[in-house]
Design a protein around this ligand. Structure first.
Ligand code: IPD
Ligand code: CA
Ligand code: CA
Length: 273
């Protein structure tokens, strides 16, 4: 049986409501009927509308809980022990390019600990959920990370910097190391789904730099509840602070960490991890 706790029920309802408009907007983008202002503004509007809907739904269901949201930022609640962490549209570039790979990401923290998580791709209708101590689920199916033990047979996901972002050299060095030692690297463009896919055993490992808490908070719990290891690139439990993430099943986590560390050491760029 899939998770049906009160919190998950509330989160699923909020995500489903917000996803209706996102899906309609995506349909319009696919037909290239974008507003005169261009796709960027169109996407921003879709993003803001989805966030507003999620905010309304969650605040109504759980009055007093605080928020950390990508667009609206921090909203203090009267209940200092609970906080929602929300990315209303993760994978904006995909959305803008009519690539059906994006998600709504919602996590709930209690006293600074992640306790409930949801990542939802409205196009595929894949709903990934997890609750602390209760496992991770894809719709009605229980999730488990992959059992591969050999990097050489593993598919590893990542995210890469683009124009205007720093660290291209260091990340190219990491990419070179991983692509020469594994069965393949994937860059799908939505960090929340990268983590959910890892939890589902589709990817064997995933790493990325410079992420925001709303990109990864929900995915971290989903991976952990599916039996995966999550740390920052230095092996610490500081992902939400450093923005760096490295995740895999237990046998692959350390070898992947060492491979990446070695690559950064050998690169021309600055490695301060
Ligand atoms: C982005 C996606 C992407 C990652 C970027 C994020 P956004 O989030 O998660 O996969 O590589 O660093 O910023 O901007 O689409 O919400
Ligand atoms: Ca994001
Ligand atoms: Ca976003």
């Amino acid at each position: 049986m899939a998770l049906q706790s009160a919190n998950i029920t509330v989160m699923v309802a909020a995500a489903r409501k917000a996803s209706r408009k996102l899906k309609r907007d995506f349909g319009e983008l696919e037909n290239l009927q974008v507003s005169k202002k261009g796709p960027a503004d169109f996407v921003t509007t879709a993003d803001l509308t989805a966030e507003r809907k999620i905010f309304e739904e969650l605040s109504h269901a759980r009055p007093g809980y605080g928020f950390l949201m990508e667009e609206k930022g921090v909203v203090e609640g009267t209940d200092p022990s609970h906080r929602w962490i929300v990315d209303p549209l993760d994978g904006t570039t995909n959305f803008m390019h009519a690539i059906p790979h994006f998600a709504i990401s919602i996590a709930l923290e209690r006293e600074g600990t992640l306790v409930a998580a949801l990542v939802y791709n409205p196009i595929t209708d894949e709903m990934f959920t997890a609750e602390r101590g209760q496992g991770a689920w894809l719709n009605d199916r229980r999730l488990r990370v992959s059992a591969r033990k050999d990097l050489g047979q593993s598919v590893i996901a990542t995210g890469l910097p683009f124009m205007g972002q720093p660290n291209h050299e260091v990340e190219l060095a990491e990419l070179r190391a991983v692509m020469t030692k594994t069965a393949g690297v994937r860059r799908f463009g939505a960090a929340s789904l990268d983590l959910a896919y890892l939890a589902a055993g589709r990817f064997d490992g995933y790493w990325e730099h410079a992420l925001k808490p709303w990109d990864i908070a929900a995915g971290i719990l989903i991976v952990r509840e599916a039996g995966g290891f999550v740390s920052d690139l230095a092996g610490r439990d500081l992902m939400l602070k450093t923005g760096d993430i490295l995740t895999a099943n237990e046998p692959l986590h350390r070898p992947l960490q060492e491979l990446l560390r070695g690559a950064r050491k050998g690169s021309q760029g600055v490695d301060n991890l």
